[in-house]
Write a protein that binds this ligand. Sequence first.
Ligand SMILES: [Zn+2]
Length: 489
Amino acid sequence: MKKLFAVLLSIVLVFTMGTTALAAQITISNAEVGETYDVYKMLDFTAVAGTTDKGYYTVEAAWEDFFAAEPASDYFTVETNADGKRVVSMDAELDDAAKAELAKEAVAYAKANGITAVTQKATSADVVFDGLTPGYYAVDTSLGTICALVNADSTFTTVEKNAKPDITKEVQEDSEINYTDEGWGKVNDADIGDTVNYKSEITVGFGVTKYVMHDTMDAGLTFIPGSVVVEGATKDVDYTVTTNCADGCTFEIAFEDEFIASVGRGNTFEVTYSATLNENAQVEYEDGRGYQGNKNTVYLEYLNDTVIKTDDHETVTYTWKLDVFKYTDGDNKTPLAGAEFSLLYDGEAISLVELKGDDITVPTYRVAVEGDEAEDIDTVIETDNTGKFIILGLDADVYTLTEIKAPDGYNRANDLEVTIGHDLDDENYSATYTINGADPAQIEVENKTGGLFPETGGIGTTIFYVVGGLLMLAAVVVLVSKKRMASFA
Ligand SMILES: [Zn+2]
């Protein structure tokens, strides 16, 4: 014998055995104000006298054809019982996909057959349909595609998914690691030359089509076209990637309507992709040229009668710099030329390229990238008469600044451990500099004279200090090295 109609019809379906006098109610929470919600009664429920949880369903006359045809006939049978009532029984349980299809077909059938709905326009987040009789209802919204089958109940509530199309954007800190690791946010920092990973989440909305994701990268970022991965989709089947876009975007991803439909209203899918922080990356300067970081901006476009664009969503990738000043003569701070340095990371000297230009007043280097000419790359920095040099394009990390050759007549300085820290959140970004484990902003400048160094009997002092100043932070440290005794030379 076919079992009585006692299985939930959909995710939001509630099966209720009310009393025959029950006045049922459906509440739709999280409704969109201004949108119209419709409910259609498909089946009537009659409780057995004296019970609230036993009864039977009968089909509403206008729905006879619906239950006689696919897909409803795959799951239900309508028969005339001994009392002449058109009783509905369930032949097979519906999985989620079948429930969704059935609900969608029900609303289409109702509209095609002029079946009258109970209609309300949302004036708040809760739309309440009062005074319904127990039964099964299809619920539809003016936004297009929701159609949940619900059993009217005095307390039934369904939560409307917020399903306007939208897109998010995040960038991954410490981007060497793979996508499954933590570290996603609105800002990150990286070395020049590093790969930076991005992630966007797209929400599928109500019955709209022609989804296109537009992504624009600053000049300091080089998009890697082969890096695009769309969750659950196949390239050139479900989506296409276009670069050199007519509207000035760095790249666009156009999604096929069939793919979007398969994701389904209210659901999301992820798009991941990568870029290289290149030699044009913005780095902070002390001379007031400002600091914008390296932006990546995305928005989603879709068709809903007219083309609609979401808000822009942006991430910023920062990279930091190191300022060094080599000097002698204590308080006189006389710049010292001819000292040679390397900056080490993990024991390896970092490859650098010296920058040239009219606006460059002290030797300025950036981290080398793939594509730099071999003859331009060096790991050695030599001070000039300014005593200063600048290294651009460093990630937050621990480095060693080592003087590999002192100027003639001076002792080589001790190695300095330099930690570039970062303070990154959605509102703030800055780097902090720590030299040999202490915050340089609080270090007293040690300015020893030669007379204090009996172990060498030095007759002078060579000092260099590292200045880390970024945004509001300024940092100074002095390292003292010892001039050789004349007799040592
Ligand atoms: Zn575009």
